[in-house]
Design a protein around this ligand. Structure first.
Ligand code: ZN
Length: 341
């Protein structure tokens, strides 16, 4: 391990775009599937890794739903949330804003929202006390559901805002499911003071990003990598410094870009856009946040300055109160110095 790899591994981090259900460990998925007699195409972690070799976004959704069907009660949710936090702690990720799709478990497994939320809160408290890592939840509307169900999720979000929830999100297949479909849900939460953070500009183009900004006033853009296709949007995002949550390995696995070399990330940085780095669904894409930084170093030759800047971008783009952000920012800067001594 060279000096920069060593720094990346040990530096404190935050992560803004990572899915709880997309982070289930392969061993845990096998265990839960066995318990609930859910058929999986493989019965070893290696076999599952093969299944995870995605062809497109629709196949990804299919896998996602299979994983969700293995989460049947509060204990399962608490288990995956604890394991998630342990994984973050192992990478020195001090704070995560984690997307969680309560609706899937509610609709498929008849798991009441309150039971899910209690489980999340237990794991959250445990992580803070035992591991010293924190998380805020972004509860998302999966784009395939009817608008009225989106409003149901909005009501849940309002209920728990400030009690573990930091924002309402929007995920799932972009094409054919524009953000405007859920206009009422976004209006409702914004009136109640809940911020929105939407996925956009991943499988669909710049128009989807414009819509996320117009329909929901999205505070950050989940992915947003295809903004590069529209010079007016690039200019707007630069002027407003709206953070993009860029997940390079996810984009390559889901064929948004054919390779790291062809990924838009270097161009986004060059254009002066506000870039943050995340892992999306780490075990599904065989990655980690640490690995995403290593990819940046090895593929694009990031130096220490760029790496530190991206970490601090993440800190400043969290939805934490201003004073907490500043404190974390200053703390990270001094830890960086210390690590390099
Ligand atoms: Zn995502």
């Amino acid at each position: 391990m060279d000096r920069i790899e060593n720094f990346i591994t040990r530096m404190p981090k935050v992560e803004l775009h990572v899915h709880m259900e997309g982070s289930v460990r392969l061993e845990t998925l096998l265990k839960l599937a066995k318990r609930y007699k859910v058929a999986l195409p493989a019965d070893t972690p290696e076999g599952l890794r093969k299944w995870y070799e995605f062809k497109d976004f629709n196949r990804f959704i299919e896998i996602y739903i299979t994983v969700a069907s293995c989460l049947r009660d509060g204990e399962d949710i608490e288990l995956i949330a604890r394991e998630f936090l342990a994984g973050q702690a192992a990478q020195n990720i001090r704070y995560s804003e984690v997307t969680y799709t309560a609706y899937t478990q509610y609709a498929f497994n008849h798991l009441e929202f309150s039971e899910q939320w209690e489980a999340i809160k237990r794991a959250r408290a445990w992580g803070e006390q035992e591991l010293g890592v924190r998380m805020g939840i972004i509860m998302d509307i999966p784009r395939l559901i009817p608008p009225e169900e989106g409003e149901r999720i909005a009501e849940w979000a309002i209920q728990v805002h400030g009690d573990g929830l930091v924002a309402l999100g929007l995920g799932g297949p972009e094409e054919g499911n524009p953000a405007g479909k859920y206009q009422k849900a976004f209006d409702r939460v914004r009136q109640a003071g809940v911020p929105c953070v939407l996925h956009a500009g991943e499988t669909d183009g710049p128009q989807s990003i414009w819509e996320a900004l117009q329909v929901a006033g999205s505070k950050r853009i989940g992915h947003g990598v295809r903004a590069i296709e529209d010079p007016a949007l690039v200019a707007y995002l630069r002027e407003k410094q709206i953070p993009l949550e860029v997940c390079p390995t996810s984009n390559v696995c889901l064929k948004v870009y054919p390779s790291y070399e062809q990924h838009s990330l270097p161009r986004l940085l060059e254009a002066g856009l506000y870039v943050t780095l995340s892992s999306d669904d780490p075990p599904m894409f065989d990655t980690t946040l640490t690995n995403e930084y290593l990819v940046g170093y090895h593929t694009w030759g990031w130096n220490l300055e760029t790496i530190q800047k991206l970490v601090l971008n993440g800190v400043d783009a969290t939805l934490l109160p201003e004073a907490e952000k500043q404190q974390m920012h200053a703390g990270f800067v001094s830890e960086f110095k210390h690590l390099l001594e």
